[in-house]
Design a protein around this ligand. Structure first.
Ligand SMILES: *Cc1c(COP(=O)(O)O)cnc(C)c1O
Length: 414
């Protein structure tokens, strides 16, 4: 059997991959088994923000793997302290709890918020509530999918954990109404990534900060995808000049090679954890710490935040200049854009298929949105090539529909 057949035969069907068999990566390039080169405009949902195979990260990974990889948190290790110190300094908060995947760090934040609610705020036992936003994506555990608004993520997986309320994203009034004396925290993405790169109205985060201060509620931001340079700031919250009480990081924290995540918070929040109250066999291992530390240093040394800001502005300007009936809207910040495709012309997945044929890898989200989020190290020339090819793809689709009519509905073309 070919690797395609093997994957189809032996892998659970929880993904529906585009038909390309990747075998190698370098910076913003991915290569298939036939040696064909693609521009990566997806960067593994920000996990590959540093680009594929970054030499400094590979160097840290290899050296640390030879020295010591996984001794467990039953002992101190000489890299965890330096890594978390650097992480806390960078975020501007007091202490961190290291985990592996994003979803585990979200679970960690939920535990912290609830315990803080009982022990600090004084919410009656087992009654704490956390308010989230419609359209959220925080991971895939049963607790987390329980408060997702995506039926596909939840169908058949209940019963779900109570203690969550969901309100429309970007709506401060709805948020205020949802807060009660039992509310421990607001848990929210500053920009909804899987939701379709949805940017809330200006002042939303600042408004949430005020609500949290007024009602003694924690503001916890899930920056697993938006953090570490993606939006042109180190963290998306900086755009609104606020400080959260806690932040969840992951994806790019692993430098494109390992799952490394963390919950970072104010001391008052993190202090609710006592020995034995939470843990992870792999979380905080020296291999992950070495990679995380190097991942942070590379962002700093290579000016990747500034790069994201400058190239991101260029990307958005180019996308917004496109005049195509296929493209309904463009949203984005930094090297992170969502292109809303008119479903009368094509599905976002169809656009991704066509981009693939042209040598550009992207990923649809929510049926109608094409995500454009290259590694932050992408060369300006490659970004321009990818954007040229995106424009060509839209033209191709518009021409096809003009000639043959839409496959589904008749398009509203002049
Ligand atoms: C990807 C993502 C997660 C989950 O991270 P995993 O590493 O896949 O568990 C959580 N929150 C946000 C905002 C994400 O984008």
């Amino acid at each position: 059997m070919t690797p395609f057949e093997l994957e189809d035969r032996y892998s659970a069907r929880n993904y529906e991959p585009l038909p390309v068999m990747l075998t190698r990566g370098s910076r913003a390039y991915l290569f298939d088994v036939d040696g064909r080169r693609y521009i990566d405009m997806m960067s593994a949902y920000s996990a590959a923000s540093h680009g594929h195979g970054h030499p400094r990260i590979l160097g840290a990974l290899e050296a640390q793997a030879r020295r010591l990889a996984v001794p467990s948190r039953a002992y101190y290790n000489d890299l965890l302290g330096p890594f978390l110190a650097q992480l806390c300094r960078r975020v501007g908060l007091d202490a961190a709890l290291p985990m592996n995947t994003g979803t585990e760090a979200v679970e960690t934040a939920i535990k912290a918020a609830r315990r803080w609610g009982y022990r600090v705020k004084g919410i009656p036992r087992d009654q704490a509530e956390i308010v989230v936003a419609d359209g959220n994506f925080h991971g895939r555990t049963t607790t987390i999918v329980g408060f997702s608004s995506e039926p596909e993520y939840k169908d058949g997986f209940g019963p779900f954990a109570p203690g969550f309320r969901s309100v429309p994203f970007g709506d401060l009034l709805a948020m205020e109404r949802a807060i009660t004396p039992k509310t421990a925290a607001i848990l929210i993405e500053p920009i909804q990534g899987e939701g379709g790169i949805i940017i809330p109205p200006a002042g939303y985060l600042a408004g949430l900060r005020k609500l949290c201060d007024a009602h003694d509620v924690l503001l916890i931001l899930d920056e697993v995808q938006s953090g570490l340079g993606r939006t042109g700031d180190w963290f998306a919250f900086q755009h609104d000049r606020i400080m959260p009480d806690g932040i969840i990081l992951g994806k790019a924290l692993g430098g494109g090679v390992l799952p490394v995540s963390a919950f970072v918070a104010r001391a008052e929040v993190m202090d609710v954890f006592t020995p034995g109250s939470h843990g992870s066999t792999f979380g905080g291992n020296p291999l992950a710490a070495a990679v995380g530390l190097e991942a942070l240093k590379v962002i700093e040394d290579e000016g990747l935040v500034e790069r994201s800001r400058v190239l991101g502005a260029h990307m958005l300007e180019r996308l917004r200049a496109i005049r195509s009936p296929v493209l309904k809207a463009v949203r984005g910040r930094g090297l992170w854009a969502g292109a809303e495709i008119d479903p009368d012309y094509a599905s976002a997945r169809d656009i991704c298929h066509r981009l693939l044929a042209r040598g550009v890898l992207s990923k649809d989200t929510h049926g109608t949105v094409v995500r454009l989020a290259p590694p932050l190290v992408i060369a300006r020339a490659d970004l321009n090539i990818a954007l040229d090819l995106f424009e060509e793809t839209l033209d191709e689709v518009a021409r096809r529909v003009a000639k043959e009519g839409a496959t589904t509905r008749q398009p509203a073309v002049a």
